[in-house]
Write a protein that binds this ligand. Structure first.
Ligand SMILES: [Zn+2]
Length: 410
């Protein structure tokens, strides 16, 4: 009989009504099918538990996370003040330990790849970048980490120089927040110049405001086409799109679609920061339903986690998908699986990960969750019972609940 390193028996992949076996060997999914005639060196009978592709966090900030600065007012103004102050006293060791701890948390929730932004505009930024490069190296067998050099927007030679230095040190992509610069168009032009020069993709913070008049996304989409960067640009947040009039939003979304820009929505951070003081109080997220309706690739990610910008948030992408389903009202039967895709396959596509998903020949990155169907998976945010990365079992959860006898009917 054929053998494999692992065979997971009776897994529920897509609520199709059929339970399948998954054979894993050589780091890849060797076969998927009913009653596979393959013997596993190790076997696990899942008895109908759901198996998902491992999670991919398309947008986090490992330099800012798990902070000890507390934002009394909760506002963006105070958050920025606290973060700028905190950066002056953070050491390499502190950055390194925070990044490592955050990566560990992410892994325990079943995330096997993430993309982090790192500020590269303050003096001494290289401390944070160096620490995160080292944290990535330390856990390279457990998690794939991509690094975006987050500059001020390329509006001055100093910022350009910092971005170039960050790329030289090992950052993978160019980032920035053009809407927050004095000249957003010039900022976008400069970022494309740099991206062209260094042959890098762009991942920008875009229109992170609850004001529909601010719309740098449109210029970004036009330039993406003009500069030949189709499919190589990612735009995070894009909140103002939800506040624009219908004609503007439709026009911009058509251009985004044509330019094949990936949109990343950040439900926790956006709900915490957007729409403060507005009445009626909006949810503040980019219009996910409309973007998906145009077949634009949308991912959902953690963004800020336990820092001065967001004391909430987590690296649990099932929780993010749950928040997104609530905030964007993605509760139709066809929309439930989409919420899960936005933290797995759609996010993997943002990171450009190849051979990602649950199919024969794909890299065996998968999560067994304590749930029997997809709706329950999204609703109850169940425990991750087993996490595989490149075919290796990274973590298995074993827990037992014990009722006190006589108190509960079971
Ligand atoms: Zn961000």
């Amino acid at each position: 009989m054929i053998t494999a390193a692992w065979v997971l028996r009776k897994a529920n992949l897509e609520d199709s009504g059929l339970l399948v076996d998954i054979a894993i060997d050589g780091g890849k999914i060797k076969a998927i099918g009913q009653n596979l005639p393959i013997r596993g060196n190790e076997e696990w009978d899942l008895s109908g538990l759901v198996v998902l592709p491992a999670f991919v966090d398309a947008h986090v900030h490992l330099d800012q996370t798990l902070s000890t600065s507390f934002n009394k007012s909760g506002t963006l103004i105070e958050a920025n003040e606290l973060w700028n102050e905190e950066k002056r006293r953070l050491t390499y060791e502190r950055y390194f330990m925070r990044a490592l701890q955050a990566q560990n948390i992410a892994i325990t929730y079943g995330t096997t790849a993430l993309r982090t932004h790192v500020d590269v505009y303050s003096s001494g930024f290289w401390l944070a970048l160096e620490a995160i490069l080292d944290a990535r190296k330390r856990q390279r067998d457990l998690i794939t980490v991509q690094i975006v050099a987050l500059g001020k927007g390329g509006n001055n030679p100093q910022d350009e120089k910092a971005l170039q230095q960050a790329l030289k040190m090992g950052a993978d992509l160019i980032g920035g927040s053009p809407a927050f610069t004095p000249n957003p168009k010039k900022s976008i032009d400069t970022l494309f110049d740099l991206a062209e020069l260094h042959d890098k993709s762009l991942d920008l913070h875009v229109d992170e405001v609850d004001d529909g008049r601010i719309m740098t996304l449109e210029y970004l989409a036009e330039k993406t086409l003009e500069r030949g960067f189709k499919g190589r640009v990612t735009a995070g947040h894009c909140n103002s799109l939800s506040f624009a009039d219908d004609a503007t939003a439709d026009r911009v979304m058509d251009k985004v679609k044509e330019a094949e820009i990936n949109i990343v929505t950040l439900p926790s951070a956006d709900m915490v920061q957007m729409g403060r003081g507005l009445k009626p109080s909006p949810r503040g997220l980019t219009p996910v339903k409309e973007l998906l309706g145009r077949s634009i690739n949308v991912a959902a990610a953690s963004d800020k986690v336990r820092d001065s910008f967001n004391p909430l948030g987590s690296y649990d992408l099932l929780q993010t998908a749950n928040l997104l389903a609530h905030a964007s009202q993605l509760t139709g039967t066809h929309e439930i699986p989409m919420c899960l895709e936005m933290v797995t396959t759609r996010a993997a596509s943002v990171l450009g990960l190849k051979e990602y998903g649950l199919f024969e020949g794909a890299e065996a990155n998968l999560v067994v969750v304590n749930s029997k169907n997809l709706t329950d998976t999204l609703a109850s945010v169940p425990e991750r019972l087993g996490i595989f990365r490149k075919g290796q079992l990274v973590l298995r959860t074993v827990s037992r609940r014990v009722w006190t006898e006589g108190l509960v009917w079971t």
